[in-house]
Ligand binder design. Structure first.
Ligand SMILES: [Cu+2]
Length: 347
C-alpha cells in the first residue's frame, strides 16, 4: 500500500527486478508524468500506463488529485501471451483520509500483445533538453548527431541446441563460463588459455552453434554502435556493464546499414538496459571511455545463464589508477592465473 495526501505530488520509482517478463504498470484513475529513466531526465510525457522491461527503471510523478478513496495499482505481464491472472501484481494507492476500499475491475492496460503501443511508447521516451542536468555526452552535448562510429557490433540472439542441451546464443555462439574470471585472465595472462580475444564474430553469424568464452575488443575512447537483433519468439532485454548507452532506434525485421537513417540522434535517452522485441532490433551507441572487462548480456536470467552474453574488453595501457584501480593485495586468484603465478598445476 502506498499512502498519499490529497493534493500532493509524489515521485514513484518503478523497477522491473523480474527475471523473465516485461510488465505494464498503471494506477486506477490516475495519470503519471514520466520524468526519469536510469539516470536520464526524460521529456515529461503524460501516461496512462508504462511498459517496464526486465532490468529497467523509471521515475514518474503522480498527483493525488482524485476523490479521497483507495485505488488499484497494477503491474501485468506484457508482450507475452499469458492467461494466468495470478501473475498480476496488485497494490493499493491509499489517500490518507480515505475510508473507501479500492473497487471495480483492475484498470485496463493496452492489449498484452499490442506491439505498436509498446514500441510507440519506447520511441516517445526522449532526453529532456530543458532540465539543468549534466550532459551525458563527453563531447558536451545531449545529442549524438556528430559522433564518429568506430565499431559496429550486430548481435543476434537465438535459442539453439548444442550437444543436446538448450542454449542461448549470440551470433550462434553461446558463452561458456571459464574457470578463470576473464578480468583476472586478462590482467595476469593476457587472456592466454582462457579466451581467444576477438574470436567472437561480432558482425557475422557462426556457421554452427558453438560454445566459446566470447571476448571482443572495444576501442578505448571511441564510439561503438551495437545492434541487438532478437531472433527468439519472446522479448529480450540487454544490459551493458561499465557504460550507459544511447538508445537510438527500434525496428522490425532485419537491421541494415540503411536503418541508420531512422535513428533518433537528436535526443535519445541514456540508459543501461534496453528491450529488444521478438523479430526486431534495437540500436544503441556507447562511448567506451571506461577501461575494463565489461559484461554485455541478456538481462533475462534464463538467457543469461544459458549463454546469451559476452565480454567487451576496453583496454587502456595507461596504468593511472584514476582510470582503473590496480587489483587489491588480497585479491583471490582463482583458476588459471593462480597456476601461472605459483607455477603449480591447479584445475
Ligand atoms: Cu551493470
Amino acid at each position: 500500500m502506498i499512502k498519499m495526501l490529497a493534493g500532493k505530488t509524489y515521485r514513484l520509482r518503478i523497477s522491473n527486478v523480474g527475471t523473465a517478463l516485461s510488465f505494464n504498470f498503471r494506477i486506477q484513475n490516475h495519470r503519471m508524468v514520466l520524468v526519469e529513466t536510469e539516470g536520464s531526465y526524460t521529456q515529461q510525457i503524460e501516461l496512462n500506463s508504462l511498459d517496464v522491461h526486465v532490468g529497467q527503471s523509471y521515475s514518474v510523478l503522480v498527483t493525488a488529485d482524485q476523490l479521497e478513496s483507495d485505488y488499484y495499482i497494477v503491474a501485468t505481464p506484457t508482450q507475452v501471451e499469458i492467461n494466468d491472472s495470478d501473475i498480476n501484481g496488485v497494490a493499493v494507492l491509499h489517500y490518507s483520509d480515505s475510508e473507501t476500499p479500492a473497487a471495480g475491475p483492475l484498470p485496463a492496460g493496452p492489449h498484452p500483445l499490442d506491439r505498436v503501443f509498446s514500441v510507440g511508447q519506447a520511441r516517445s521516451i526522449r532526453w529532456n533538453m530543458t532540465t539543468g542536468a549534466g550532459r551525458p555526452n563527453p563531447q558536451g552535448t545531449f545529442n549524438v548527431r556528430n559522433v564518429t562510429i568506430s565499431q559496429t557490433f550486430v548481435l543476434r540472439s537465438s535459442k539453439e541446441t548444442i550437444r543436446g542441451f538448450a542454449r542461448y546464443t549470440v551470433n550462434n555462439v553461446s558463452y561458456m563460463t571459464p574457470q578463470t574470471p576473464p578480468k583476472l585472465a586478462d590482467y595476469y595472462a593476457n587472456g592466454s588459455g582462457v579466451y581467444r580475444l576477438d574470436a567472437f564474430p561480432f558482425a557475422s553469424v557462426n556457421p554452427e552453434a558453438a560454445l566459446e568464452t566470447s571476448v571482443v575488443s572495444g576501442t578505448h575512447k571511441a564510439w561503438v554502435e551495437i545492434v541487438f537483433r532478437n531472433e527468439q519468439e519472446a522479448m529480450d532485454a540487454w544490459h551493458l556493464d561499465g557504460f550507459s548507452f544511447y538508445v537510438i532506434g527500434f525496428g522490425d525485421g532485419e537491421w541494415a546499414p540503411a536503418s541508420r537513417e531512422g535513428y533518433n540522434v537528436w535526443d535519445p535517452v541514456v540508459r543501461s538496459t534496453v528491450q529488444v522485441y521478438p523479430g526486431g532490433w534495437t540500436a544503441v551507441l556507447a562511448y567506451l571511455d571506461n577501461p575494463g572487462m565489461w559484461n554485455l548480456r541478456s538481462q533475462l536470467l534464463e538467457n543469461w545463464y544459458l549463454g546469451e552474453e559476452l565480454y567487451v574488453r576496453v583496454y587502456d595501457a595507461d596504468p593511472n589508477p584514476a582510470k582503473e584501480l590496480p587489483p587489491p593485495g588480497n585479491l583471490l586468484l582463482c583458476g588459471r592465473p593462480l597456476s601461472i603465478l605459483t607455477n603449480q598445476n591447479h584445475i
